[in-house]
Structure formats: C-alpha cells, structure tokens
Design a protein around this ligand. Structure first.
Ligand code: UGA
Length: 448
C-alpha cells in the first residue's frame, strides 16, 4: 500500500475502542467494516444510533457514513480487508488475570478465512499474547498474516481527540514490514510513532496504566495524611505538579479510580508478574489504597451524622468519571452498597449513567434538586460540570442537613462554608463538627 493509498480495515468489537478507532480511521479516509456479535448493537449502529455515550462519536460516524459499515458477519468484514483490528474487551477473570476468550474467538473467526492481511491487536493483553497468537496463526498455516501490537491509549470522554491527537502511537511488530504498514495507516495523525518489539509494546500499555494508577493512589494517600496534619492536598498537588519532572497530571485526589481499564490492568500486570515469578509489591499497595479510598466517605458521613441507619444520602454522579455513562468499577457502586448496608436511604443522580439494574435498594432521581430534597448529606462522587452550581441558598434550604462531602474536591471550601454548608473534601481541612439537627446523638457521644 502506497503512503497516500487508503486501506480497508475490519474492526472486531464495537465497544469504545472499536467504534472510536473505526470512526477515526474513516475520518482519515480509510474504509472501515466494524463487526460485533450483538445483533441489537449492529442494528442500532446501522440506524446511526451509537449505543455508548462518547462526545462527538455519533456525529463523526455520521459524517463518515459512506466509509463505515457494520456487520454481524466476520467473513463479510474480513473479505476485502487489508487490516484486521482486534478491539474486543479483555475483562478480569476471578484470578485477576485478563480474560482473553474474546480475543481468541476473533482469532478463530478470522483463522478460517484466507488472504494475506495484517492482524493488529488493540485490545489490552498480557505481555506474551502476541507471541502465542503468532504461534497459533503459524500452526494454522497462516504465516502470511502479519501480527502487530498497537495498544490504545484513548480515555473515555476525550476518545476522539485522543485518537486524532495522541501523545504517541506505539507499534510493536515481529516483522518490520508489518509495522511499516500499520505506521502508514496513521498518515495524517501528528504524533511521534514509537516502534519496538511486540512484547515491549504490550508492556507499554500495562505499565502506562499501572503508573497512572500509582500516581492516583499516591496522591490519595498524601491526601489522607494531609487530613491528619492540617495540610491541603490541592495546594500540595499544585506545588508538586510544577516540578517538570513530576508534571501536573493524575494528581487529583478523590475517592479512587474506577473504569474498565485501570482496576483491570493494574490487576492484570500484578498477576502477569506473579505468574512469571515476580511479586509486584507496589501494585498490591496501589490496589489496596484504591479499595480503601472508596470507603472513606462513609466515615466522613458518620463523623457528622453518627449512625447512618435511617439517614438519606444524595449520591451525586455515578459514572466512574464525567462525560461517560460507563459504570464499570465505578467507586459509586461500592459506596452506594456500603451506605445501603449501613441502613441509609440512597438517592442517586447522574445525567447519563443508568445504575438502576446494579443498585437494588437505591432510588434514582432525574434532577439534582430531587436528590437533595430532605437529604441528610450530599456526596459528590463524579465531578459532572452540573455540580459546579451546587452551592446555593435553595439547595441548602432543600436539605435536611446542609452537609456536603465532596469526593472530587470540585467546590470551593470557603464558598461552601460561607453559604452555610458543612463541607468535607478529600485531603483538605475539614469543617469543624457542628451539632447538625439530626446529629445530637453523635455530638453527645463525642462529648462523653
Ligand atoms: C484510562 C487511561 O487514561 C487511557 O490512557 C487508557 O487508554 C484507558 O484507561 C484504557 O486503558 O483503555 P479511562 O479509564 O477512560 O482511561 O479514564 P481516566 O481519565 O484515565 O480515569 C480513570 C480513573 O481515574 C477515573 O475514575 C478518574 O476519576 C480517576 N482519576 C483520574 C483520579 O482519581 N485522579 C486523577 O488525577 C485522574
């Protein structure tokens, strides 16, 4: 394929990665066939309806509709494809390893089809997977199919920008010519292209996610110590982030990381190391800190409200981060379950995520004001922009107790307190204990 020639790309998996990759390559002028095994999903996509929430994705697919098709049929997707991209998910198994069953199903699906083409792995896989796939292809006489690892670094909510303007494109290949072909596909994307072997490319992905997770657990532990010694983690993070060796990113303290990637990939790297004979101690701590961090909100609520039985807690935001409807490993789910177990009534609000099938016993509100009405506390779980205006006289009056626990440090503590709220954040000086109308029991407990 000459540099300016457009390619035909089959994409297996119409999830976040597959759809964004497909839309992105179509925008670059390539022809894309996206294959999924769920009939309703394929039907919806053919009608122009994108079954996930990702800003701009529906529009980008619509704009490139003439170059994008959707199918249930693996053969139809692959028949004229120069490249086959594997974009299926690799969730955690009970052991914490990555579940590669969907990846192997794709390999089986395409293994029976002939014609030389390049197989590109976008799914996040353990180091060594490429080697195993190569052996499996060779065993089936498919030594004419090239194998390339091209890990994905897009983040939900900013996925289109991340595809078009990535920090880097990592390409790992067994044969240089296969890597060259995948590099040519990216013509039009202004980013450094980093070439390496397959195992190293696989490791770049796992190590990047593990390191970002480590930064979050680190700053969360700093935040917890800040609370004990009277420092403010927001100032600390700013002061640290200005050191060019550290940088400002992923130093936002909060109630922990979630999503379909960090928890799974940290665990997968830990298990990969363990299976290879190395105990990755640091990652064990990163995981444990994150688990505990989700639960710290409960003790903050108890500090002000005493026993939570019979109290009404408004949970504001459920998605694992703003601008997505993704609830996978969302801290909100652990927090809501803990509150329900303590006997609290949970009123949850999120502008896009629907947790009704996951949180039995909680009630769901379409407006923030509905969640706040008569609540004993409001907890900011996801920093949706809508919550920036939470501090208001109406909202204070609407609540039974004007207590805000800001799990994402998104509000201004002074403004909140001046408006009459009792305000708790993560790693920031706390509001003094006040005898909230409903907490006399707790106050007298403390005085005893
Ligand atoms: C993450 C990576 O950022 C992407 O580069 C990667 O491609 C993707 O995983 C993946 O492996 O597919 P994503 O899971 O969409 O992307 O979300 P992030 O924006 O990275 O946030 C992850 C979690 O960390 C969220 O729960 C967020 O609230 C939390 N977080 C993030 C913090 O608590 N503090 C921070 O400073 C940053």
């Amino acid at each position: 394929m000459a540099r300016d020639e457009k390619a035909r790309i089959a994409i297996f998996g119409a999830g976040y990665v597959g759809l964004v990759t497909g839309a992105g390559f179509a925008e670059l002028g390539h022809r894309v066939a996206i294959r999924d095994i769920v009939p309703e999903k394929v039907e919806a996509l053919r009608r122009g309806v994108v079954p996930i929430y990702e800003p701009g994705l529906e529009e980008l697919l619509a704009r490139n509709a003439e170059r994008v098709s959707f199918t249930l049929d693996a053969r139809e997707a692959v028949q004229v494809a120069d490249f086959v991209y594997v974009c299926v998910d690799t969730p955690s198994t009970y052991s914490g390893d990555a579940d590669l069953s969907r990846v192997w199903t794709v390999i089986d699906d395409i293994g029976s089809l002939d014609g030389p083409r390049t197989l590109v792995m976008k799914s996040t896989v353990p180091v060594g997977t490429g080697e195993k796939v190569r052996l499996a292809l060779d065993a089936r006489g498919l030594d004419n199919v090239g194998y390339v690892s091209n890990p994905e670094f897009l983040a939900e909510g900013t996925a289109l920008r991340d595809f078009m303007k990535p920090d880097r494109v990592v390409i790992g290949a067994f044969e240089d010519s296969d890597g060259d072909r995948v590099e040519e596909l990216h013509a039009g994307i202004d980013a450094p292209i980093v070439r390496m072997d397959v195992a190293s490319a696989e490791m770049v992905k796992l190590a990047s996610n593990a390191f970002l997770s480590t930064r979050i657990s680190f700053i969360n532990e700093i935040a917890n110590v800040c609370e004990l010694v009277g420092a403010d983690v927001e100032d600390v993070a700013q002061g640290m982030g200005l050191d060019h060796r550290l940088g400002p990113h992923f130093l936002r303290a909060g109630i922990g990381f979630g999503g379909s990637c960090f928890p799974k990939d940290v665990s997968a790297l830990k298990q990969l190391a363990g299976n290879s004979g190395y105990h990755f101690q640091l990652l064990s701590a990163v995981i444990e800190v994150n688990e505990l961090q989700k639960r710290r909100v409960v003790s903050k609520l108890q500090k002000h409200l005493g026993k939570l039985r019979g109290k009404t807690i408004a949970l504001l935001g459920l998605a694992f981060k703003p601008h997505t409807d993704d609830l996978r490993e969302a801290p909100s789910l652990v927090l809501a379950s803990r509150l329900l177990a303590e006997g609290a009534a949970v009123r949850a609000w999120d502008p896009v995520a629907d947790a009704s099938s996951l949180l039995q016993g909680a009630s769901f509100c379409t407006e923030v004001s509905e969640a706040l009405a008569g609540a004993d506390a409001a907890v900011i779980v996801t920093e949706w922009p809508e919550l920036r205006t939470l501090i208001s006289v109406e909202n204070r009056r609407a609540m039974r107790n004007p207590l805000i626990v800001d799990g994402r440090n998104m509000l201004d503590p002074d403004e909140a307190r001046q408006a009459g709220f009792v305000y708790e954040a993560i790693g920031r000086p706390a509001s003094p204990l006040q005898a909230l109308p409903e907490t006399e029991e707790r106050t007298s407990e403390l005085q005893r």
